[in-house]
Design a protein around this ligand. Structure first.
Ligand SMILES: *Cc1c(COP(=O)(O)O)cnc(C)c1O
Length: 234
């Protein structure tokens, strides 16, 4: 025995922290979707999370996710793709996931659109924004966001639901606050470029180390791994 807290115990604490942060931003806790980021975690840990009320898992790698999604013991769960999506994997992603968090190019969006239309479905997507992380190429530059949003909003088979970002790694959650606030501002602008953007309501921001700050700044989806499952397996 390691004496580590169980997934159930960790979830109780995470949920309390979400509820308190939501209250500070004047919102009910149900306003914030908890996406349990389960990459590298074995199915047994996910079952534990489901038994404690988790309904949505976030996965980064398609191949790894496929095995879990096929597990009969996890039937009923929803799956969000939060990793970098490659063009040749879009077809499978569209069939497996109920939301794609990190679309950052016209090319990938067009492929999602094509595959969704082909499958006769509507795929909810978020656009990932690069908030000035020089070490990361992921996400669209804020200057290019309006143009990308305009194009995606016009694509069949796609429901553009909002924005997602990963702020630069920082020692303190407070350092992420201006980035979260910026994403919220960018969304306001992006909505106009989406032609009203009535369905653009989601801000996917905040991870284990900074989700409370993200919620205070308006997050509607938090992607939390370590704080639920403990250290990743690999
Ligand atoms: C791994 C990952 C997370 C979860 O990170 P934690 O710090 O473990 O909560 C959230 N979002 C993305 C995009 C990730 O890759």
């Amino acid at each position: 025995m390691t004496g580590e807290p169980s997934v159930r115990e960790r979830l109780i604490e995470v949920r309390e922290r979400i509820a308190r942060a939501a209250a500070r931003s004047g919102r009910p806790p149900g306003d914030v979707l908890l996406v349990a980021v389960s990459k590298t975690q074995p199915v047994e840990r996910l079952i534990e999370a489901m038994e404690s009320g988790i309904t949505v898992f976030g996965e980064n790698y398609l191949q790894e996710a496929e095995g879990k999604i096929a597990a009969p013991t996890l039937r009923g769960a929803k799956w969000h793709f939060i990793g970098k999506l490659q063009g040749n994997k879009v077809k499978r992603a569209v069939s497996l996931f109920s939301c794609i968090h990190a679309v950052d190019s016209v090319r990938i969006a067009a492929e999602v659109s094509r595959r969704a239309v082909e499958a006769d479905t509507i795929m909810p997507v978020l656009v990932e924004v690069n908030l000035g992380c020089e070490w990361s190429k992921a996400g669209v530059d804020p200057a290019a966001l309006p143009g990308l949003v305009e194009q995606i909003a016009g694509m069949p088979g796609i429901s553009l639901r909002g924005l997602m970002a990963i702020p630069p790694v920082a020692a303190e959650a407070e350092a992420s606050r201006p980035h979260f606030a910026r994403l919220r501002e960018l969304m306001r602008d992006a909505k106009r470029h989406a032609g009203g953007g009535g369905r653009m309501t989601e801000l996917s921001m905040g991870m284990s180390d900074d989700f409370e700050t993200a919620i205070e700044e308006g997050a509607t989806m938090v992607r939390i791994g370590t704080a639920i499952f403990g250290r990743r397996q690999s």
